[in-house]
Design a protein around this ligand. Structure first.
Ligand code: THU
Length: 135
């Protein structure tokens, strides 16, 4: 699947963001190696800490359906509209590290389907700690 299409999916996912506290809407579209797309939005909570990021929502949906191999993820974010490239938080990078090959997995941070930055997980999480490090 083209980056452009995956970003369009992330834009749709962002519409579902439940953000009564930050009003910062994030959408993610995660492409599995099975060719399927898993959508995620951020889901906030009155107690704040139980909030979940869009990226982790997408990963957990996929993993809960038995999917463990991934190609790339597109992320879009913004309050009223998508104005900047938004990079995943540290916790989400760590979740990516659990399931993805750092040199291969692509993180696409987008403003529009045509305007985006693409980096590998290795680039955004150098020296990441993953399952292989447990020996
Ligand atoms: N958030 C995400 O969903 N993904 C990111 O990459 C950055 C932050 C969410 C968490 C919270 O709901 C809101 O954005 C503000 O931090």
């Amino acid at each position: 699947m083209e980056n452009k299409e995956l970003i369009q999916e992330a834009i749709k996912a962002r519409e579902m963001a439940y953000v009564p506290y930050s009003h910062f809407k994030v959408g993610a579209a995660l492409l599995g190696k099975n060719g399927k797309v898993y959508l995620g939005c951020n889901i906030e909570n009155a107690a704040y800490t139980p909030s979940n990021c869009a990226e982790r929502t997408a990963f957990f949906k996929a993993v809960s359906e038995g999917v463990l191999e991934f190609e790339k993820i597109a992320i879009v974010a913004g309050k009223d509209k998508i104005e900047t490239y938004t990079a995943p938080c540290g916790v989400c990078r760590q979740v990516m590290m659990e399931f993805c090959e750092p040199q291969e997995f692509k993180v696409i941070m987008a403003k529009t389907p045509e305007d985006y930055k693409e980096m590998t997980l290795k680039e955004i999480l150098p020296l990441g700690f993953g399952p292989k490090d447990l020996g």
